[in-house]
Design a protein around this ligand. Sequence first.
Ligand code: GUN
Ligand code: ZN
Length: 426
Amino acid sequence: MDILLGQVLRFDGDPFAGGRAHIDEAVAIDGGRIKAVGPADRLRAEWPEARVTDHGRCLISAGFVDAHVHYPQTAIIASWGKRLIDWLESYTFPEEMRFSDPAYADEIAGRYLDLALANGTTTVCTYATIHPESVEAIFRAGQDRGLRLYAGKTCMDRNAPEGLRDTAQSAYDDSLRLLDDWHGVDRLSYVITPRFSPTSTPEQLAALGALWRERPDCLMQTHLSEQTDEIEWVRELFPQSRDYLDTYEAQGLLREGAVFGHAIHLTDRERARLIEAGASVVHCPTSNTFIGSGLFDMGLARQMRVGLATDTGGGSSFSMLRTMAAAYEIGQLRRDPLHPSQLWWLATAGSARALRAEDRVGNIAPEMEADLVVIDLASTPAIEQATRRAEDIWQAVFPTIMMGDDRAIRAVWTNGTLRSGCRSGS
Ligand code: GUN
Ligand code: ZN
């Protein structure tokens, strides 16, 4: 049994729908679960034998949930000067080709998860490459670190170089085998993963739609309407489809559990169908500015499940703090300034809800899984001086959202175990 003392942040609901954040003094964890949250004296009296760590004024939050990443792009993050389609061809595909080597896949999977943890991220939903070994590498690395982790084999059977293409049949067969081997093992979940419509034939999308009907309890992830050139390309490749979303919908890939990355340039029909179907969309703000994609409409968060994500390595950071800052800046450009509580909720419970994991991770409540991050709200001199006049918790947190990075991460707990950082408080 461990008791952590600090400013323990929990949400009683979605702040886009009237839910509120609360600060408690203490959280008790045992056996990988949160046992209680509340006044320090009460928890210490209830468990006098518990090991107590006092984190002072640090914020104790649910670990961050990064709802859309490409772990194989770790080494090409921050590559200069391209927009989506050229960026894929110049940087991404050559790097993803290297994952035919299982030793390289293992190396990058471990490197990526260590970077994510150093930034306070305890759950990710990631694309692998077309190589089944790349899925096994990230699942093993997640298992070693006790993580709740979502991943799938990226399927592509056209418009990708030789060596990075599968077929409709092999995509189905490999995905099914990986799903049956890994889905539900420890804290791992398989995600059916067609990369996006330009790199899948209708036959491949149909095969993955059939697989999803046979294994309906897993998630399906893909990309939707990220850049206007991409949408134009989809129109040429799928002349029979009403719009981009219809290329998925027609093949059984639109329902609850579908997780669409980006979703920036939507038609009215696409918005209405995404909402009606109960699908999720994931905002990737550092990617959207870095690759020059556009400004996501956070109005969607008032109507459907919206997650927040780095989109590593199209995104330019591994940090969900930096990602919240970028979401705030995009909100400002759209005249929709997001409240810090909304940003924090998106990076934790909102992303968990987008992955249909909101009853397990992303918040602090009894019986939820004990994935926690301890955050120093004065981690640099610039941040410290900006918090001195703070009159409430959000004024104290906002400088860390806007200027914080991995130096703010004091400790990370996953599955009730301290993975990095310290036990001593400040
Ligand atoms: N669309 C299809 N593949 C990708 C990818 O790897 N990154 C981003 N940002 N968009 C994509
Ligand atoms: Zn992506």
